[in-house]
Ligand binder design. Sequence first.
Ligand code: 9MR
Length: 450
Amino acid sequence: MTLTAKSVSRVALVSSLVAAVAGAAVLLAAPASGAASTLAAAAEQSGRYFGTAVAANKLGDSTYVGILNREFDMVTAENEMKMDATEPNQGQFSFSNGDRILNQARNQGKRVRGHALAWHSQQPGWMQNMSGSALRSAMLNHVTQVASYYKGKVYAWDVVNEAFADGGGGGRRDSNLQRTGNDWIEAAFRAARSADPNAKLCYNDYNTDNWSNAKTQGVYNMVRDFKSRGVPIDCVGFQAHFNSGNPVPSNYHTTLGNFAALGVDVQITELDIEGSGSGQAQQFQGVTQACLAVARCTGITVWGIRDSDSWRSSGTPLLFDGSGNKKAAYTSVLNALNSGGTGTNPTTTTTTTTTTPGEQPGGCTATYSEGQKWSDRFNGNVTVSGTDNWVVTVTVSSPQKVIATWNTSPSWDSSGNVMTARPNGSGNSFGFTIQHNGNWSWPSLTCSVG
Ligand code: 9MR
């Protein structure tokens, strides 16, 4: 988890910074150029999407459709692409309601997440009583037929949904599908890849947000195993259904970052948070920031539009009230998206400055490494190597504040966001604590030879 800055002169500091994050070139800490006024536009500033679950029977509601068309650029069918909806009788497929949602979205230039090809729940009656090889074949046929029908039209599929057990064991959930053999999940992924090679294939689950949960670790180990054996998996969905008994964990960004480091995209797929007012708004902000802090967190989907559209409407868990008015939670998400964040994955990140011809040879390398994190702050350490007379500039992004330093006596610019530092004595490292105020992005570093 490092970020490295090299420089050969002060002049070079004004040259453009080039960052390579996990192999992809992105600009570091590029702030949003202006505040976007919709969730989708705000998310797109950092290359992400902002989606919602859609119910086909609400597509005649003009308030609903008005908000849908205005605010979101990704759509998930709330129920209409599930197994019971798409294969009500074995071998007879029904796509009409799924198509209504897909076509409405695509006509408006929105993308679609498919949900879900294989699941222990919402199975059609004929499948519920099946077992063994007959069930395995029926499941694989379902995956193949549905993914083939929507080939090229969905951005991503939740190939397998909710296959891990709740509680402390971190193991698989018992189900008729699980009893066909532990390899049912990878078999489903392989069938989906064959049917639609360009769709991103996701594993999707709930209560996998807290890094300390056994269930989170169970899913993580499965994804790591799949990646090591070449099972085709591209993404992991975190449903993110929160309430007071299951609040947004303070280590959410750690969870997302650790999964991303396995080489998969991560997505918040069914976000809702029961509550109201500023408490609810703050939790929505935290989830948004956790995604923004991870480069491979590619988007957020809320599980419905208005509170009254929610599967648990009494908990008022969404961003619009029953009349379609924006709630405080809406504003906090929009503001968080507008304050940007290219995010960083917990992998090596290199920042280099270009060299001005004719400069003296020499230089220095400053390496940032992540330290401990808490819900409101995180530590960073800088290690420097190179010639003696260098100095490091550390820039944090507003509203972050550096609230403590060690092994250094820095000087500050007038904004308080830029500190210029050398390690004390003959040391080669120093550290600081950043109060993130909702922005988890890492500071940018330069080092220069004086
Ligand atoms: O929101 C969906 C609700 O309308 C259905 O009755 C329910 C049936 O299982 O599924 C709800 O959506 C679930 C999603 O498909 C998977 N994760 C949990 C969601 C909320 O229960």
